[in-house]
Design a protein around this ligand. Sequence first.
Ligand code: CTP
Ligand code: MG
Length: 190
Amino acid sequence: MEILDIIIIMLAGLWLFLPAMLPNSAAVVFGGGTPIDLGKSWRGKRILGDGKTWRGFFGGGFAGVLLGVILMGIAYIFDKGALWGYIDWWTGLGIVFCLSFGSLLGDMLGSFVKRRIGIERGKKAPILDQYDFLIGAFLLTVLFNHSWVYATYIEGWHILALIFLLIITLLLHRVMNIIGYKTGLKDVPW
Ligand code: CTP
Ligand code: MG
């Protein structure tokens, strides 16, 4: 295994995971309107809170799927019909769909947990805020195609692709929240 092969494994792991990384940022742009929990509470606390809306969910979800299709298209055009790890169009579409909507479901689960332990909407929950989307994306994608997840992020040197994702996610979360704050899309820089 050459160092270049390992770099390619890590970059491919990031490229293939981009459809999971876009939706939560896109949800900030598309979000607003009716909350997913319809304003309802459970045991005195909101089920999810006003930070999870239907528009954010579907706007973010379809933005992620669209990005995935564009990534497949780029590979297809520049590499003579290859899809760079998405296997084939239908498998790729399924993976992209699971990554995208899984990331939003994970984000919802994160908010659900935050409300249950008494953290208000928009207040920080370290680790959970950073990784809830990633956990959701991997869980849904494992249900759909576990061998793809294993081959791409676990098997042998591919574990480095996962470790790379975990590190990039921390950095990107920080950067995106600062951008969101500066552009006025978010009220707080976290
Ligand atoms: N958003 C949305 N719908 C979603 C996810 C996000 O509308 N399904 C929008 C909301 O405007 C939200 C913003 O994106 O405020 C940022 O998302 P996030 O940081 O996940 O939500 P918070 O407001 O911080 O709420 P929570 O404490 O529940 O995470
Ligand atoms: Mg937040």
